[in-house]
Design a protein around this ligand. Structure first.
Ligand SMILES: [Mn+2]
Length: 424
């Protein structure tokens, strides 16, 4: 059997007010083409279909138009589960209608028995070729409610491991019942934050933001990470919530597909797409990553002012006439007025390139502000003594280098600093 695993579409997202309709439409055309080309018999959408609980009419139109387009395709089963961004009520509102097209929606676990969350998947001949246990995002209250009275009082840290273990165990038993001894693969879904991921989250410090805009500490603290041990022993677990493709605990059968779209400039330089999963008769698994079309170009650039100029020149050449959106972080250069310089550079860009924001680089900002506590010490090697002291004097005095007071402060203090540096 073969299916497409995707998640985190976040339809209706308009970061920096960018109109992304063209990009979404191109993606759905591409996804449909791949479904046909790969002869994928199922599509699994692991949550966060929409970006908000009240998505625009345009976002809803895109969603329904795409689902309708699958009727005449090899895709005979669609499983859609709700994510934390979705309104489960909105997803479930079309449930009965979509069921007629064999599109199964599980917006939330409320009001459902576990057997109603397990579905047979059929191939083009109409034979049952697999079972999917469709678990959506589960809210904290719902997690507590599935535990018995005694376990309800447990610490937050144990809530996720205990409740998810129970959820997946019960679902697994239901799926086994439905499977009734047939030699067909079992697939599970989830929209959650699993621990033990590869890639950028594993490298993040506790105060950095995750792909969902939350700080890692928030996720690990109040929201909780789900340990890999809770996942059921099935042939594949299709997860959503993390916006880049990664395995859980290096297990090739427990995966995040990632989002097919750039959902923030911190993700701009990562690849985005979906997974094409094949499980053969011997239950051996192969997973192919398929990259989304680059309809628009998104880039976060963090460079010194003069390097930004070169990078913009380069982008003008490689981007052709594609719509390109940039977020610039610049590193100050002594004696250059950043505002004037960037104004000039940005004004000379062709129409298809937009700079959505530009600000001073974080590492510089923390250094140039009051304290050194967040300062990355490796950065200091790029600055000479004079630059370091100049910036220190300016930040302590709150003055601009170009202002008269700033010049006076530098004249007064810089020689003193240089003298001390010389002696040291
Ligand atoms: Mn999510």
């Amino acid at each position: 059997m073969r299916f497409i695993h995707t998640a985190d579409w976040h339809l209706g997202n308009q970061m920096h007010d960018i109109d992304r309709k063209e990009e979404y439409e191109a993606f759905f055309r591409f996804l449909k083409t791949k479904i046909v080309e790969k002869e994928a018999e199922s599509l699994i959408v692991a949550g966060d279909v929409f970006d908000t609980v009240n998505p625009s009419l345009e976002a809803r139109r895109l969603y329904y138009t795409f689902l309708a387009s699958l009727v005449e395709s090899p895709c005979k089963n669609v499983i859609i589960v709700g994510g934390n961004h979705d309104s489960s009520a909105l997803l479930d509102s079309a449930k009965e209608l979509l069921e007629v097209l064999n599109i199964r929606v599980v917006g939330s676990i409320s009001n459902l028995s576990f057997s109603e969350m397990c579905f047979e998947l059929k191939n083009s001949k109409g034979e049952v070729s697999g079972i999917c246990m469709a678990l959506p995002f589960v809210r904290e209250l719902e997690l507590r409610n599935i535990l018995d009275e005694k376990s309800k009082k447990i610490e937050d840290a144990d809530l996720y491991s205990l409740s998810y273990k129970k959820l997946y165990d019960v679902l697994f038993a239901e799926a086994e019942k439905l499977k009734a001894g047939r030699n067909i693969p079992l697939i599970a879904t989830g929209h959650l934050y699993a621990s033990d991921l590869d890639g950028r989250l594993s490298e993040k410090k506790s105060n950095e933001k995750t792909d969902d805009g939350m700080k890692v500490l928030d996720v690990l603290g109040t929201l909780g990470a789900v340990p890999p041990s809770v996942f059921p022993k099935v042939d594949y677990v299709a997860l959503g919530h993390i916006h880049y493709a990664t395995m859980v605990a290096k297990n090739p059968s427990v995966r995040y597909s990632g989002s097919p779209f750039v959902m923030g400039f911190d993700e701009a330089n990562l690849s985005h797409g979906f997974l094409c999963v094949t499980i053969d008769e011997k239950k051996s698994l192969s997973v192919e990553k398929i990259e989304s079309p680059h309809t628009f170009i998104y880039r976060r650039i963090s460079l010194s002012l003069s390097e930004i100029k070169n990078e913009l020149e380069r982008l003008k050449k490689i981007g052709g006439d594609k719509k390109t959106f940039l977020e610039l972080y610049y590193k100050k250069e002594i004696g250059v007025n950043a505002q004037e310089y960037l104004d000039e550079e940005i004004r000379s860009l062709p129409e298809n390139i937009s700079v959505v924001s530009w600000k001073i680089a974080e590492s510089e900002k923390s250094f140039f502000s009051s304290g050194f506590e967040n300062f990355d010490a490796s950065e200091i090697k790029n600055l000479d003594d004079k630059s370091v002291f100049t910036e220190l004097i300016l930040s302590k005095s709150g003055l601009e280098a170009e202002s008269e007071e700033g010049k006076a402060a530098l004249e007064k203090f810089l020689p003193l600093f240089m003298k001390i540096a010389g002696e040291a």
